[in-house]
Design a protein around this ligand. Structure first.
Ligand SMILES: *[C@@H]1O[C@H](CO)[C@@H](O)[C@H](O)[C@H]1NC(C)=O
Ligand SMILES: *[C@@H]1O[C@H](CO)[C@@H](O)[C@H](O)[C@H]1NC(C)=O
Ligand SMILES: [Cu+2]
Length: 173
């Protein structure tokens, strides 16, 4: 009897440990501009605003900026610097292409190319990174990210193992 109860516990634990990792989203790799890459667009900033509007960016995702070293770069700048394409004091700058940047912070991020007038004529990208339910917005943040809508699939996978566990415990006691 004790052995079969122990067996049941093992089975319940196995189900729970198998299902739970699927509720955590895997980091995505976003190829900026898709096949166009990170270049001077022909239609102004539209290329990158349209591209960004079709993506969901989460903390730990990566941005892949595909450009040729020496022809472009990618600098993360403040919102204040982004509008007028100021590149005097960037937050970070990658000069070797292609460059992969990891999105470590939720909130808005602003990227420009600092070569010539590339930013002014549209080689600029702004994105909003959502933090996930376990990541609070940084202290002092004035623009907290909106939490992602919970999908029915993740709710299901989270609830099912708990239900099994509750049923198993009800059998024992
Ligand atoms: C991001 O990755 C770090 C390190 O692997 C991890 O501790 C953190 O929970 C992750 N955050 C999210 C929102 O996935
Ligand atoms: C990066 O750009 C080069 C040159 O246009 C292209 O050959 C390559 O396929 C691109 N890589 C990705 C991952 O899009
Ligand atoms: Cu450029």
């Amino acid at each position: 009897m004790a052995a079969s109860k122990l067996m049941m516990v093992v089975v319940v634990m196995a189900i729970a440990s198998f299902r739970l990792p699927h509720t955590v989203a895997q980091p995505q790799r976003h190829v900026v501009g898709d096949t166009f890459g990170w270049n001077v667009p022909n239609d102004g900033p539209t290329t990158y605003t349209t591209w960004a509007s079709r993506q969901t960016f989460n903390v730990n995702d990566t941005l892949f900026f595909n450009f040729t070293t020496g022809f472009h770069d990618v600098a993360e700048v403040t919102q204040a610097a982004y509008g007028p394409c100021t590149n005097a004091d960037p937050i970070s700058r990658e000069t070797n292409g292609p460059a992969t940047l990891t999105l470590t912070r939720p909130g808005n991020h602003y990227y420009i190319c600092t070569f010539g007038t590339h930013c002014q004529i549209g080689q600029k990208l702004t994105i909003n990174v959502v933090g996930g339910s376990t990541t609070p917005p940084p202290a002092g943040s004035t623009t907290p990210p909106s939490p992602p809508a919970p999908s029915s699939a993740s709710t299901f996978t989270a609830v099912v193992p708990v239900t099994f566990l509750a049923a198993a415990l009800a059998l024992f006691y």
